[in-house]
Design a protein around this ligand. Structure first.
Ligand SMILES: *Cc1c(COP(=O)(O)O)cnc(C)c1O
Length: 360
């Protein structure tokens, strides 16, 4: 067996120890004589998995008691609709910060339900930065302020928390949730698809302040109303059971590694190593502004784009895969979520130095 270093933006690499435990428990989960995939979501075994998974996430993020934790389906993309359907209530306006492709999709969806005020953004500089707090033009009457904390495609990240006063802050944290400690009490709602930094695709995590749910727009499908999911501990209907189980193993691992402060330190170290390599080598260039650079997704270009194909081919041969950049940015992108080991960063940096010395 040979495992590669997988720099995919999502679905992305999972910790090897988690995959090994999943393998070991595949046919017989803790003496139940069956796989987690085969269990009733209302049976004792799965309910214990769900409860432990939620408890561990609460501990990792220090989630206050007045916040619900929901394990849903539909991806972050379903949240683009669920957020306005549940949070608008009697309001007709919402603020959105536009920092790239995912923000744009969230805005397009919200426009079906309300008037969107683009309170700030970086479309004018091809999303190579995120706006500062001073640049935001916030509407104090908005139902909520929505922002994308890490821009997976463009490789930018908010390194400050937008201040929105009494307006609830809503965050699409799909690609940097659990990469660092956050103060959940400053948010109204946080959502994330699991497939970048948490577990397999198919689970969407929503953390929402309990006073914000319970009133939806007329015509909202029951499945798009947070309340029944909250009332039934994410078992209003069948939750994505296997994905919840794997996410739970990832949470356990993060806790055993010392929690999110430790994880953040590693993410800082790994991303700095990679950016330093790119900045210090004339052959490579990073299109994002220093102050907005993502610790999770690192885009870079080669001095000669005609070498892109060869770079990818040679990297693949060296066991470094899925480095091709998103089509809207070009070049390369190394996604280095929590599960990327230090050895993967070292191998990439060393390959890049070698490639530039041969082709620079
Ligand atoms: C991947 C991603 C999405 C889309 O997630 P789906 O689960 O595919 O709907 C949305 N927002 C961000 C920031 C992402 O990285």
């Amino acid at each position: 067996m040979s495992r590669v270093f997988n720099f995919s933006a999502g679905p992305a690499a999972l910790p090897q120890s988690v995959l090994e435990q999943v393998r070991d428990e595949m046919l017989d989960w803790q003496g139940e004589g069956m796989s987690v995939m085969e269990m009733s979501h209302r049976g004792k075994a799965f309910v214990s998995i769900l409860e432990q998974t939620e408890a561990d996430l609460r501990e990792l993020l220090a989630i206050p008691n007045n916040y619900k934790v929901l394990f849903l389906q539909g991806g972050a993309s379903a949240q683009f609709s669920m957020v306005p359907m549940n949070l608008l209530k009697d309001k007709t306006n919402a603020d959105y910060i536009n920092t790239g492709s995912w923000s744009k999709k969230a805005i397009a969806e919200a426009k079906k339900y309300c008037e969107v005020n683009v309170a700030g953004g970086s479309a004018d500089v091809n999303f190579s930065r995120v706006p500062t707090q001073q640049e935001l033009q916030l509407d104090p009457q908005a139902a909520y302020l929505h922002f994308t904390s890490n821009n997976t495609i463009f490789g930018t990240e908010f390194h400050y928390l937008p201040e929105s006063g009494d307006v609830p802050l809503v965050c699409d944290a799909s690609s940097n949730i659990l990469s660092k400690p956050i103060d959940v009490s400053k948010y109204g709602l946080i959502y994330a698809g699991a497939q970048k930094n948490i577990g397999p695709a198919g689970v969407t995590i929503v953390i929402v302040r309990d006073d914000l749910i319970g009133t939806v727009l007329p015509g909202t499908p029951t499945m798009f109303d947070y309340q029944p999911h909250a009332d039934n501990d994410s078992c209003y209907n069948t939750p994505p059971t296997f994905g919840v189980y794997v996410a739970g193993l990832v949470f356990r691992k993060l806790l055993s590694e010392g929690g999110l402060a430790q994880i953040e330190a590693r993410n800082v170290r790994q991303s700095e190593t990679l950016y330093k390599m790119i900045d210090g080598n004339g052959f490579y260039d990073c299109p994002t502004e220093q102050a907005s650079r993502s610790r999770m997704n690192v885009p870079f270009t080669l001095a000669n784009a005609e070498l892109d194909g060869l770079f990818l081919q040679e990297a693949g041969a060296a066991g470094l895969v899925t480095l091709k950049g998103h089509r809207s940015v070009g070049g390369m992108r190394a996604s280095i979520y929590n599960a990327m080991p230090d050895e993967g960063i070292a191998a990439l940096v060393s390959f890049m130095a070698d490639f530039s010395s041969r082709h620079g």
